[in-house]
Structure formats: structure tokens, C-alpha cells
Design a protein around this ligand. Sequence first.
Ligand SMILES: [Fe+2]
Ligand SMILES: [Fe+2]
Length: 288
Amino acid sequence: MISTHNQNKIENRSQYVDYAMDLEKEPVEIAKGIYWVGYSITSGELNCNPYLVIEGDEAVLIDGGSRDEFSKVMLKILRTGIVPAQIKRLIYHHYDPDLCGSLPQFEAIINSDSLKIISHEENNLFINYYSRRTEKIDFRDLDNHYDFATGRRLEFYPTPFCHQPGSFVTYDKLTKTLFTSDLFGSHDENWSLFLKLNKECNECLDTNKCPNNVPKCPIDSIKKFHQKVMASNLAVEYTMNLLESLDIECIAPQHGSVIPRKEDVQTIIKHLKRVKNVGIEYFLYGEG
Ligand SMILES: [Fe+2]
Ligand SMILES: [Fe+2]
């Protein structure tokens, strides 16, 4: 596990992770108390990024992962040093199987009457088909936030139709980390845990005219994923306008790479605001 030294020096941390961590086995602390407990991919598949937030003696698991990958995720959770019963909440940002598939396994191993699921009414309708055992709460009934016993707060913001009707994002006020589920995701053969753009990328306005002549533009991969997965241009624009009102230091998506630098977050929001042919328009007219 990464030490808690230099918590604010994300660049140092991501370099350490890239070169020294065994990502197959180790959880990675991406911000104070926030652990990536995901897994890398075999060729062609989507990687998935569940996250565990540990605060005091309790923990919250975010988008826990698929049924078949449960053992990998659980091993990493245990390697953070907690025991399963410390997980008090499961947050599911929407109802797809790549994040909800392991719900029955988590319920069994946590085995606690105080466990609750936080999601949205539109999602809970479908999450019930994975399991009805655990109480499901609509985050709007929590006044759009969850407080740990220490006072650390997670805030919830609806992002309708990005990509499902009940989709939402979670914002950790302490570290200014935003958990975005499929938003800011990508489907890339050359996956890495952290995405870091260079100066030219931050100044780029058109990913079709790369100033660096990189063979595979990371921003383009994110744009294409949104064209295929999100519902419409209007839905993406609505969400990007909302996110611009938040002070975001780090984005932790459910697919693709963590975006640990503020300037890179702003660059990608800028590109996603201008993305064309999302959803039905992508189907009808192609990438554009
Ligand atoms: Fe999804
Ligand atoms: Fe997903």
C-alpha cells in the first residue's frame, strides 16, 4: 500500500504507482483515504475501477464491480487493512452489471444489518434484480449527501441520462475528488491507472489536429467513449455545465484512467462540452 506521505503531491504518487506498484494485487491510494481497488484488463475488454473511501473506522464502496471480478476487488479491499463489516454503504451510480454485478457477493461477505445502498430511485428499481436483501436509499432523500462519523462529507449530484436516467456523481469535499462512473471513462488498449496530459494537450482545441502527433490521443478516446455511451449532446452539455460549478482536483471514473490534475480535468471538460454526435446522433451520423 502507498504510504500517506506527500498526500498532496499527486504527481509524485502517480509516478511511484506507475513504476513500483503491483497493480494486480495492491490497492492504490489516489487521494487521502481513497483507494483504487480495481483491476486492469485483458485485451479488448473494459477495465473497471471500483473505489473504497476509508474514513475513521468506516468505509464506503463506490461502484463495486462485476460478479466475475469480485475476488480481485475483495482481495484489494482486505489489503487496505479494513474488515468487510466496516463497509457501511455501497454507492451505485447507475445499474449496469459492470458495477453492480458483485452486489450479492458483497452483501454476503459484509453480512451486516446496518449496510445500506445509496443510489437513485430510477436505479434502485433495477438494482433490485441483483438483490433485494439490502435497503436501498435514493440520495435525494439524504439531502444529497452522506456524512461519515468524523464529519467528512460526500455530496451527490444528478447527471441525468449520462448515461442512464438516474445517473449521478459523488464529490468528496475533503479531497475535491469527483467519482463519475461512466463519465470521463474511455475504452483504451493501452490502459494506465493515471492520465497525465502534457502542456500541448492542455492547449489543444481540436483532437483531429494533434500538435504532438501522438498515434492515440487520450482525449479522443474519452470523447469517442462518450459518443457511444452517453444518451445525447444535451445530456452531456447539461452535466459539463454542472461540473464546471464544482472545484474538482481529481476525477475518478469507473472506466479508463484516474485524472489526478486540475488542469487536465478542465481540459477534458472543455473538450466534452464541444463533443459532437453523442448517442442517437452517433448512431445516425457517425463520429462527425
Ligand atoms: Fe454504464
Ligand atoms: Fe460502466
